[in-house]
Design a protein around this ligand. Structure first.
Ligand SMILES: [Zn+2]
Length: 476
């Protein structure tokens, strides 16, 4: 008797769901999709995704397709559908004359399946804020933008547009100004900032509930910053320094030399840090950072690109055709810097980078939130928006992550940094419909990320030819 009642009830519910779905018209229904579950490293076959606007409203088996009405249908024909990529470290910058040139980078991101970027500080904040809003409203085709606005640094900092802070009062005023314009996080740069001001920023920002990441003055220790609640560290220099058995004494030497004629600084200390690398200390540190929910952006590709500038001829890079000459002009600075390096320095840098890369799978295994970031943008020579995050994802695999883990760093882990993983990072009912459709299985071979068939961004489907048309419009 009980069984019959339950069966009847199930039938009624099924009919109700059916009635609901058949009444509803979705904006897009994708069938025959092999959904890439980047979190569990699995492929879920024959899926149907019913989308309305930027939300996945239903996930079902393709054999149920008849009950899903839509304005537009896409038969994925067994292609692989994964969440849109997040590039967690980009810059929009280069001065007022480069505002249009920066806006023209958006099609490159979309063409490579990048549907979200974390903009880590620049000098065109009002424009970035406008674009963030326009993208969010669906008025501008481009990746969703999380932005730091201007960076915080000391007086006379390297990057234009940065806010200089020294005293606690200045930190308060700077954070007030950032909150007033609703930045998504705080980015600290370390060209001129004092250790005290740095730690003060973290303290005050955490009291306000703001996320904080950045570079770090070499006079500060990573563990101290993490203990104060810092959320992440950009690049691997600072975590590498914290893996030295002589971190204290090397830090002290840097501190003592700071105001002399020959300051040691970041790069000067790398060889001694390299020679005192301590794997036991590293393992303890990674465990601690994981407990603190700490995020690290390895930016392996830009390191490789910049250290290889001397022996690489980039003049025929096909993507230069999509980079505005005003941005290309900013590439000269780092090229000059790289050419000044001796062969011996270059060889050391390569050994150092190999050791740094080998830490990534260890951090990942310990539970550190590794996020993929390219550092593309003006001044960062030959690191092209879109393609550079593909290269980063491949280098993360080369460092020892599985393809699924690497894809997770470029999707779900980004949303984890911002605490928005309930809406982003996986293709499930109720979650964001930003997605990339690939010809081949990226979990089987990570190079599959280069073969993009189409992209969904803000509920809008971009076929391969739509993406090509976007690119053609910015070609010069
Ligand atoms: Zn950067």
């Amino acid at each position: 008797m009980k069984r019959i009642v339950l069966a009847c009830l199930a039938l009624v519910i099924a009919q109700l769901v059916y009635a609901q779905n058949s009444a509803k018209k979705f904006s897009l229904v994708i069938t025959n999709a092999n959904v890439v579950d980047v979190i569990n490293g699995k492929i879920i076959k024959n899926q149907l995704l019913a989308i309305s606007g930027d939300t996945i409203k239903a996930v079902d088996d393709t054999k149920m397709a008849a009950k899903y009405k839509a304005d537009r249908y896409l038969d994925a024909m067994g292609k692989y559908v994964m969440p849109g990529l997040w590039d967690m470290h980009i810059h929009l910058r280069g001065g007022d004359s480069a505002i249009g040139a920066n806006k023209n980078l958006f099609p490159l991101f979309l063409a490579y399946g990048v549907t979200t970027v974390r903009e880590c500080g620049g000098d065109m904040t009002p424009s970035v804020m406008t674009w963030r809003k326009q993208v969010a409203n669906g008025e501008l085709a481009g990746p969703r933008i999380f932005t730091a606005g201007p960076k915080l640094d000391g007086p006379g900092g390297t990057w234009a547009g940065s806010i200089p802070v020294v005293t606690p009062e200045q930190v308060t005023a700077a954070l007030d100004s950032l909150q007033k314009i609703h930045v998504d996080f705080v980015k600290i740069y370390d060209s001129k900032i004092s250790g005290d001001a740095y730690l003060e920023i973290i303290r005050q920002a955490k009291k306000r509930g703001m996320k904080v990441t950045g570079h770090m003055p070499f006079t500060v220790e990573l563990k101290e910053a993490a203990s104060l609640g810092m959320d992440g560290s950009e690049h691997l220099y600072y975590v590498f320094k914290a893996c030295s058995s002589k971190e204290d004494s090397i830090t002290e030497e840097i501190r003592k030399s700071e105001h002399t004629a020959h300051p040691i600084g970041l790069f000067g200390a790398l060889p001694s840090l390299f020679n005192t690398f301590d794997s036991v200390k590293a393992a303890q540190l990674f465990k601690y950072l994981a407990q603190k929910n700490f995020s690290i952006t390895p930016t392996l590709f830009i390191s490789k690109t910049l250290s290889g500038i001397k022996e690489t001829d980039h003049t025929n890079d096909s993507l230069l055709a999509y980079i505005d000459p005003r941005i290309q002009a900013t590439y000269a600075g780092r090229v000059r810097g790289a050419r000044r390096q001796s062969d011996e320095q270059t060889r050391f840098t390569q050994r150092y980078q190999a050791l740094c890369a080998s830490l990534v799978p260890k951090m990942y295994a310990a539970g550190v939130n590794i996020v993929a970031g390219s550092d593309c943008g003006a001044s960062n020579s030959y690191v092209y928006p879109g393609s550079s995050i593909h290269e980063e994802i491949k280098l993360l695999v080369a460092s020892g992550l599985t393809p699924a883990q690497s894809l997770k760093t470029a999707t779900a882990n980004g949303s984890k940094f911002f605490g928005v993983e309930s809406f982003f990072g996986s293709l499930q009912k109720g979650k964001c419909s930003d997605m990339v459709i690939l010809d081949q299985n990226p979990i089987a071979d990570i190079n599959a990320i280069d073969q993009i068939s189409s992209v969904v961004s803000h509920g809008k489907l971009y076929s391969k030819s739509d993406l090509n048309a976007l690119l053609a419009a910015i070609k010069h």
